[in-house]
Ligand binder design. Sequence first.
Ligand code: FE2
Length: 435
Amino acid sequence: MGCCHYYEFTDGHESVFAVDPSAIRFGAGVLAEIGHDAKRLGLRRVALYTDRGVAKLEAVATVVKALRAADVDVAVYDEVHVEPTDISFVAASKFASEGKFDGFISVGGGSVMDTCKAANLYSTYPADFMTYVNAPIGEARPVPGPLKPHIACPTTSGTGSECTGIAVFDLLAMKSKTGIAHRALRPTLSLIDPTVTYTLPANVVAASGFDVLSHALESYTAMPYTQRAMPARPDLRPMSQGANPFSDIGCVEALRRTGRYLVRAVADAADYEARDSMMLAATLAGIAFGNSGVHIPHGMSYSVAGLVRDFRPAGYPQEEPICPHGMSVIVNSPSAFRFTASACPERHLEGAAYLGADVRDVKPQEAGEVLAAHLISMMRQTGMPNGISGVGYSERDIPALAKGAIAQERLLKNSPIPVQEQDLQELYRGGFSYW
Ligand SMILES: [Fe+2]
């Protein structure tokens, strides 16, 4: 199945794509090997970041034991906030600055890995908090140089944060999410043990699995890298460089695996084939979008998560309202892909086919609808919220949601078609409820 005209070279536009590979080791038992890696990287005293829930799991005990057996001094920081904030990033960075560490370990989901990236950054190159935060919200200053070694050990099959240079957080004053994005934030090494997902609650597997799915679909349908203006210097080439032939490889395989295994992985914790496969899909999608970028569904997700009022889904901490990242993304995805399909119908149709939809006899103008219908069917089979109304939003919240989304410039400019605030309002309306 081809999309042969997707990468068309034209004067003044990009002709080069870059691949920043992620060093990974994947498989059952790999966490016990971390002492070897810490020694190889010359680490003698490390900060281990996790959250209170994950801290009780065997994964953390395994990592601490392996590090200590290799004579590495370990200080555990278990106060990572699930869905981190600027305040929690600053607290985690303070711990890093005071501890005089020579390396960082993260054991947890996206929140933990992102917090560890921020702590590494602000303790290595101290600066005012907004210095490195994405424009237009922050100054988006580049990271001045290499960070200290960071070994990431993901415990959810979702964010792919172990393969990206992105750290996302809630900016509390704005009630929206934003992030810090730079190649230097990419972990030095990721140790990925799929067996750690066997104890995850079904709702966590579902939400994180839809994050994987949307990473792959957004990356696959992103603006082609050949449509970006040629940069004046190689170092000005953005990390989110648009869809490209390398990221396509990871997207296609991640979509195939997600289509085949996501519903199974949610339905049955003992379906190890499905849970293992979702972990590999998360990694593949992470490598892919880490080199291409996501677009509208993620851009819209940040205000869906940031403005949440009283949503408390099962399987997540209940102390405060939360819209888990994957849920905040997937509630937008069907509506967003209906909108973007006209830009590249073949890619949307291929995406639907990789996920398992029957696309025989489907006309290009029906691509968005067929893809949306397939996503909605998967959402219903896995107990996802019914659009943004399922997360507690009403019609009158739409202007505020769109206002938050339009600030996500880094993501929206990766869309295959231009998107304005008015369009975003329509897209939230289209994603209000799906069934
Ligand atoms: Fe994501």
